[in-house]
Design a protein around this ligand. Structure first.
Ligand code: ZN
Length: 247
């Protein structure tokens, strides 16, 4: 039985049709319609009378809970067909107004989906229809789930999942960048970008790399007029960090 290594909380649910009959080929992101912790969401699905479940839940603190091992068919999407082939996730709503998740929950959701897609050989696609590998509850029932924020975000979310797959498993990127003449330094490792608050941080990274027989390239990326730095942050799912640190 399979659980992502990214999960840290386990609350088992009895609500399942048993072992799937279809191969796992899709992922469906739902929203909890509330800001529940992964334990709270799990305790709802642990009740047989709720007749609902999901494989995973993601809380606003970024922690991931598992409620049904991946081989089990969850009751999440109002569609036997979808739930038989999709791993389903419930993400907490940090902002109850637009049903948007916290930054931590979003990043954990991206990483969990990248992990699932990598392990099952799923190419992340969103077509707006049931033929994409990322589907939504609203495609199968009269519901707004996963809410307007996630629905609008789906194309960019799928791109972020792809980038995370490259960052974690594919093209190794390790460098220090100076984006868009901002005078700020960032360390890039895979799809993760970290702000370096003091130039000595870059010196320390160079010293460690050197001691390990490696070197970390430094370079200017983009200018104010041609902001390739921003494009890079955006493509790797770090646009918020860019806005925070650079504007
Ligand atoms: Zn749903």
């Amino acid at each position: 039985m399979t659980v992502s290594s990214l999960a840290s909380v386990y609350v088992w649910s009895p609500n399942t049709s048993g072992i799937r009959t279809a191969d796992i080929s899709k992922v469906t992101v739902h929203h909890m319609a509330g800001d529940l912790t992964v334990e709270q969401c799990g305790s709802i699905f642990a009740s047989a009378s709720r007749q609902a479940s999901s494989n995973y839940g993601v809380g606003s603190d970024g922690r991931i809970g598992c409620y049904l091992e991946e081989e089990f068919h969850p009751w999440t999407s109002s569609s036997y067909w979808n739930d038989d082939r999709a791993i389903t996730l419930e993400v907490a709503d940090y902002n109850l107004g637009d049903w948007s998740p916290s930054k931590a929950a979003y990043q954990s959701t991206v990483l969990l989906c990248a992990d699932i897609c990598q392990r099952y050989g799923i190419e992340p696609t969103y077509t707006g229809g049931t033929d994409g590998t990322f589907t939504e509850h609203r495609m199968f029932a009269a519901t707004s789930c996963p809410g307007d924020w996630w629905h609008a975000k789906m194309p960019e979310f799928v791109k972020d999942v792809k980038e995370a797959m490259r960052g974690r498993y594919g093209v190794p990127i390790e460098c220090i960048i100076h984006p868009d003449q901002s005078g700020k330094l960032f360390f890039v490792s895979g799809a993760t970008i970290t702000y370096i608050p003091h130039p000595d941080g870059a010196v320390a990274i160079d010293k460690v790399a050197d001691a390990c027989g490696a070197s970390v390239p430094h370079f200017e990326l983009g200018t104010k007029a041609a902001p390739w730095g921003f494009r890079f942050f955006q493509a790797t799912g770090n646009a918020e960090l860019y806005h925070e640190m650079i504007g």
